[in-house]
Design a protein around this ligand. Structure first.
Ligand code: 5GP
Length: 188
């Protein structure tokens, strides 16, 4: 049986990644990996669905035992992709998608050069700033911090195999579906 393909899905905070991904999952047969994190659950998040919420000690044990495909520290918390389920899905021929930040994306590309990176871009930097400001009641300082982090993520877009602009949601998802189709056709 052919092995499944591994997709890495990244983009700056505020670009609408979650909305794009949930529509994409409903319109494809991709399997989404559930990451582990040491950050606290947000309201409405479920353990085992949104993340595996673990302690720092549990996370560090997983790292030591070689249980993480990749991991990083982001905003003071560990985030990582549990290795075993991803390897099992790929060997069953399932296509898997990881929603991870750019540092983890770079680790995956080094480890598995055949993985396919998709980076979601905002229509413009101004629009990204507008979307980040819309998110809540953050102080100007907090907005500037998030904007700086987002601009740093944007500077990594070139490392990805595909860059897709999220201006119109449906068009963005259609474009990603076309990428999946193209890669399915490629013989391996
Ligand atoms: P949030 O706390 O907002 O859910 O996620 C913060 C950032 O961590 C996002 O950019 C998200 O894509 C990234 N992230 C989530 N899971 C993982 C993971 O397993 N590995 C890495 N490297 N980043 C992750």
């Amino acid at each position: 049986m052919n092995k499944g393909r591994l997709y890495v899905f990244s983009g700056p905070s505020g670009v609408g990644k979650d909305t794009v991904l949930s529509l994409l999952l409903s319109r494809s047969d991709l399997t989404k990996s559930v990451s582990a994190t040491t950050r606290a659950p947000r309201e409405g998040e479920t353990d085992g669905v949104d993340y595996y919420f673990v302690t720092k000690e549990q996370f560090e044990t997983l790292i030591r035992e070689g249980g993480m495909l990749e991991y990083t520290v982001y905003a003071g918390n560990y985030y990582g992709t549990p290795k075993a389920p991803v390897e099992a899905w790929l060997s069953e021929g399932k296509d898997v998608i990881l929603k991870i930040e750019v540092d983890g994306g770079a680790q995956i590309k080094t480890l598995m050069p055949e993985s396919i990176g998709i980076f979601i871009l905002p229509p413009s930097k101004e629009e990204l700033e507008r979307r980040l400001r819309m998110r809540g009641t953050d102080s100007e300082e907090a907005v500037q911090k998030r904007l700086a982090a987002a601009l740093n993520e944007l500077s990594c877009a070139e490392r990805y195999d595909y860059r897709v602009v999220n201006d119109d949601l449906d068009l963005c998802v259609d474009e990603i579906l076309a990428i999946l189709k193209k890669n399915k056709k490629k013989s391996r």
